[in-house]
Design a protein around this ligand. Structure first.
Ligand code: PAF
Length: 284
């Protein structure tokens, strides 16, 4: 496995792979890698791509500098996991190279409206601007590729897909299924910040989603059931919503068929998200 840091070397590596007739599979990460990331590396491998993983804790997607500093970092373990999951090249760019003006704001920001506006867009103003801006840079440096993202961040994938369409990136976005622990908790780098009791309560997110997955419900029944289970689980609900998975428009009582239920909750100061497919029935 090759380890690179300089943006020029990373660009050259990806160019060389394409010149040699290989397809580049990019897996953007913020490190603190876990089995969910490993599943993305394996998906890229299984597609026959040369797997390039980026590890960059992007300060522009955090509201507070403190949150950015508190984000878990496990550089040595990240390299081991990347290597054992078949990554060909790990890139760890520096903040200085990625955002030369940091901590000053950059003059250019990529803002994705529509799918980026509700839910996370309301709760974390500016978050998706930071994500879209950094992902645009990752795509520009890497060049034409397939890019792999985990569906735990379902809205993030919609934002990236919209940006790819609108700005004509030569990138195929691949969404990969959520990986869960045995107790149902969706894997997230933030889970390490939970103590035993927090972890027990955090299971309410996946439990709530399982509750609504079982049968056709109306949109308002889905919202009510999600809130009830989350409330019983002792977590602070940020949102419990059901939306059209393509547009992120909230469902109404007239909607039926497959939609996406999404939840966000805070457990002891740790913000967690999860989502699942749900089948709606029309009210009445
Ligand atoms: O999902 C993440 O880890 C980040 O939002 C991403 C896509 C690597 C951008 O910093």
């Amino acid at each position: 496995m090759i380890e690179l840091s300089a943006v020029a070397a990373w660009r050259r590596y990806a160019d060389e792979q394409r010149h040699a007739g290989r397809r580049v599979g990019l897996v953007p990460t913020m490190g603190a890698l876990h089995a969910g990331h490993a599943s993305l590396f394996r998906a890229a491998r299984d597609h026959g791509d040369v797997v390039v993983a980026t590890v960059f804790v992007n300060p522009r997607q955090f509201a507070l500098d403190g949150d950015h500093r508190a984000y878990p970092r496990t550089p040595r373990r990240d390299l081991e996991l990347a290597q054992s999951s078949g990554v060909d090249c790990v890139v760890t760019p520096t903040i200085e190279e990625m955002w030369p003006s940091y901590p000053e704001v950059t003059a250019t920001t990529v803002a994705v409206h529509g799918v980026g506006d509700p839910l996370e867009g309301v709760d974390r103003p500016g978050h998706f601007d930071g994500v879209a801006s950094v992902v645009a840079k990752l795509f520009n440096v890497t060049g034409p590729c397939r890019a792999y993202f985990g569906e735990k961040d379902f809205q993030q994938i919609a934002v990236v897909r919209q940006m790819v369409r609108d700005l004509d990136f030569d990138v195929e976005v691949v969404g990969c299924p959520i990986v869960r622990d045995e107790d149902g908790l969706a894997l997230s780098s933030r889970n390490v910040m939970l103590d035993l009791d927090g972890r027990r309560r955090a299971r309410a997110l996946s439990r709530a989603l399982r509750t609504v997955a079982s049968g056709p419900l109306t949109a308002s029944e889905v919202r009510a059931a999600l809130r009830r289970v989350l409330g019983e689980g002792g977590v602070d609900v940020a949102y419990a919503e059901v939306v059209d998975p393509a547009t992120f428009v909230p469902c109404t009582e007239h909607d039926e068929g497959e939609r996406r239920a999404l939840v966000a909750a805070v457990v002891d100061g740790v913000r967690l998200i999860d989502n699942a497919s749900v089948t709606l029935r029309r009210a009445g």
